[in-house]
Every structure is written in structure tokens, then in C-alpha cells.
Design a protein around this ligand. Structure first.
Ligand SMILES: NC(=O)c1ccc[n+]([C@@H]2O[C@H](COP(=O)([O-])OP(=O)(O)OC[C@H]3O[C@@H](n4cnc5c(N)ncnc54)[C@H](OP(=O)(O)O)[C@@H]3O)[C@@H](O)[C@H]2O)c1
Length: 199
């Protein structure tokens, strides 16, 4: 499996810390050239490598960590998303009217046709997401939701590898509603920093 994070701001860097902590290779990219991101990538760890957006999108699994409105620009950068897994770590808040009642991830998924699409890593503030998820006796929880059940398992495996405890919430408009915003209200699980005890 190869991984890329698109967007190297607060959430992109928080996730890069998680990959670096476990020595897992990850490519990071934004609209800026890789040379502009390289010092910060290097500072996070040797497994974090800045590349151009085009090169980053060669990864099998791509985490979206850009402002919500930018997802279409990222989607346009590949002619086809078939065979890719896309993890949506974005939040739409307040919810734009164009969503017309759809969960934001279901709306985003329509731009990434053919991809296996999973919402995850979106419910914590960046500083918390960046911190070690392994605490005495437990692992920080991340919630995963998807309309494609098969898509969730490899993302859950990645979350575990990164030291998190993945909790599957089911479909985007079912359990996933708990990690989406509605209008000006956050879903009930957003900002809930939970830990799962070792079994
Ligand atoms: N901050 C939080 O605590 C938090 C928590 C949970 C979820 N989120 C969600 O995570 C996402 C990112 O938030 P953030 O706080 O990390 O934002 P941020 O600090 O502003 O970072 C956004 C990143 O996206 C890049 N970017 C913007 N447009 C792009 C494009 N078209 N293609 C490639 N890269 C692009 C920017 O870099 P360039 O300008 O170089 O392109 C920047 O690196 C948002 O959807 C937000 O709702 C944030």
C-alpha cells in the first residue's frame, strides 16, 4: 500500500506526524511546489516526502486534507479514480447550501467517481490528531464511515497501524451522520476525544 496526504496544513501535518511516528512512508502535496513543503516534511520525519500533486496522486490511498471547497480541484487532477481509496478528513462547516441535505462526504464522493471512499480522521482538532494516539492502556478512537463496506477494512487496518482504534459507524447517512455537520451544528461525535482500552 502507498499513501499520500493532499493538503499540508494543520490536518495534513497532524496526519504526517502519525505516519512518521510509525515509520510509514507517506507522500505529502499541496498546490505549492514540493520544494516549498520539503523543509516541514523533513522536520516531521524521514518517511514524510513532499512531491507534486500529480506524483502524490500515484499512491493507492489518498487522504483529503484540503479546505472543503477545494476537493473538486483535487478530483480534477486525475482522469479516473478507479482503483484508488480516498479518505475524506475534511469537514464542511457551516454546511454549504449546495449539499442540499447530503452528508458532505457523500457530496465529495460524487467528484471522485470510481474511488473507494471513506470518511475518517475528521472528528478531532489537528493538535489532538497530531498527538500520540497510544495512551496508557488504550488507543485514541477514529471513526470511519462509508457507503461501501469493503472500502472501510483497509482504512481501519491503516488506522490501527498508526496506533488508533478504528470504530466503524456504517453508512455516511446512518452512523456517519454523527461525524458530519448539519447546518451550523456539528455531529454529536465531532470533537469527542475518546479512547478504547486494550482488550
Ligand atoms: N484544523 C482542524 O483542527 C481540523 C479538524 C478536523 C478537520 N479539518 C478539516 O481538514 C481540512 C484541512 O483543514 P486545515 O485546518 O488543515 O486547513 P489548512 O491548515 O488551511 O490547510 C489546508 C491545506 O490544503 C492545501 N490546499 C488548498 N487547496 C488545495 C488544492 N486545491 N490542492 C492541493 N492542496 C490544497 C493548502 O496548501 P496550499 O495553499 O499550498 O495549496 C494547505 O496545505 C478542512 O477540510 C477542515 O475542515 C480541520
Amino acid at each position: 500500500m502507498s499513501y499520500a496526504i493532499v493538503g499540508f496544513g494543520k490536518i495534513g501535518q497532524a496526519l504526517a506526524h502519525a505516519f512518521a511516528r510509525k515509520n510509514i512512508d507517506v507522500t505529502v502535496a499541496s498546490r505549492r511546489p514540493p520544494e516549498a513543503l520539503a523543509p516541514q516534511a523533513r522536520a516531521i520525519g524521514p518517511t514524510v516526502v513532499a512531491k507534486s500533486l500529480r506524483e502524490a496522486l500515484e499512491a493507492d490511498t489518498i487522504i483529503l486534507a484540503v479546505p472543503f471547497g477545494e476537493h473538486r480541484e483535487v478530483a480534477k487532477a486525475l482522469p479516473s479514480w478507479k482503483g484508488k481509496t480516498v479518505i475524506d478528513a475534511m469537514n464542511a462547516f457551516p454546511v454549504p447550501e449546495e449539499l442540499d441535505g447530503l452528508p458532505s462526504s457523500a457530496f465529495v464522493a460524487t467528484s471522485f467517481t470510481g474511488a473507494k471512499f471513506v470518511k475518517g480522521f475528521n472528528h478531532l482538532i489537528a493538535a489532538t490528531l497530531a498527538a500520540d494516539p497510544v495512551v496508557k492502556g488504550g488507543h485514541r478512537v477514529v471513526f470511519l464511515s462509508s457507503d461501501d463496506e469493503d472500502a472501510t477494512a483497509p482504512v481501519a487496518a491503516l488506522a490501527k497501524q498508526l496506533g488508533f482504534a478504528p470504530i466503524k459507524l456504517g453508512k455516511l447517512n446512518e452512523g456517519g451522520a454523527l461525524v458530519h455537520a448539519r447546518g451550523h451544528t456539528w455531529g454529536q461525535l465531532i470533537f469527542q476525544d475518546l479512547f478504547k482500552k486494550e482488550q
